[in-house]
Design a protein around this ligand. Structure first.
Ligand code: RP5
Length: 181
């Protein structure tokens, strides 16, 4: 998977085939120090062969660029944004304020407060400006949620999500089987 300061090639997919003009999902974070957590979102998108870009877009250290990113996202063809940040985590909410796209917020846990600060900063959005907030450190679910958003308009992807869910069920069932044995 690519690092956070290298935007992936537009249209890149794990399969490399049938790539749209630009990436479908933008994964952004406040700092490259968020990448070890945010990487799981990219991994989930890779598993579903969904194209994405990765970048550092800091709400506090580069506010103008952050607003520009949000304002241009839909026009560039992105369908969803996954935004992760820690501490005073204003990035997801501020992006949601300037884009009509769905924004999924990932609270990144830092050294102090165990990510509760990040969670509360992201989840308590005012009415009218939604951010779909996943659990603290829940970047994998952010990637899976982005996949579901795309699957709502893509029957082939929807089928793969159903197969993924079938496998989850199988794995959980097997765990029970092993415990009972
Ligand atoms: C936040 O500050 C970032 O999202 C990151 O979680 C945190 C610390 O950033 P660094 O000081 O590691 O760059 O804005």
């Amino acid at each position: 998977a690519p690092g956070p300061d290298a935007v992936t090639d537009p249209g890149r997919t794990a399969a490399g085939a049938q790539a749209p003009a630009g990436p479908a999902v933008g994964i952004v974070m406040g700092s490259d120090s968020d990448w070890p957590v945010m990487e799981a979102a990219a991994q989930a998108l890779d598993e579903f062969e969904i194209s994405y870009e990765v970048d550092v877009v800091s709400a506090h250290r580069m506010p103008q660029e952050m607003i520009a990113y949000g304002e241009r996202a839909a026009g560039r063809g992105l369908k969803a944004i996954i935004a992760g940040a820690g501490g005073a985590a204003h990035l997801p909410g501020m992006l949601a304020a300037v884009t009509p796209l769905p924004v999924i917020g990932v609270p990144v846990p830092l050294k102090h407060l165990d990510g509760l600060d990040s969670l509360l900063s992201i989840v308590q959005m005012p009415a009218g400006v939604p951010v779909a907030t996943v659990s603290v450190g829940g970047a994998r679910n952010a990637g899976l949620l982005a996949a579901r958003i795309l699957a709502a308009h893509d029957d082939e992807l929807l089928g793969r999500m159903q197969e993924f869910q079938r496998q989850l069920n199988e794995q959980a069932t097997e765990k029970g089987r092993r415990l009972r044995a």
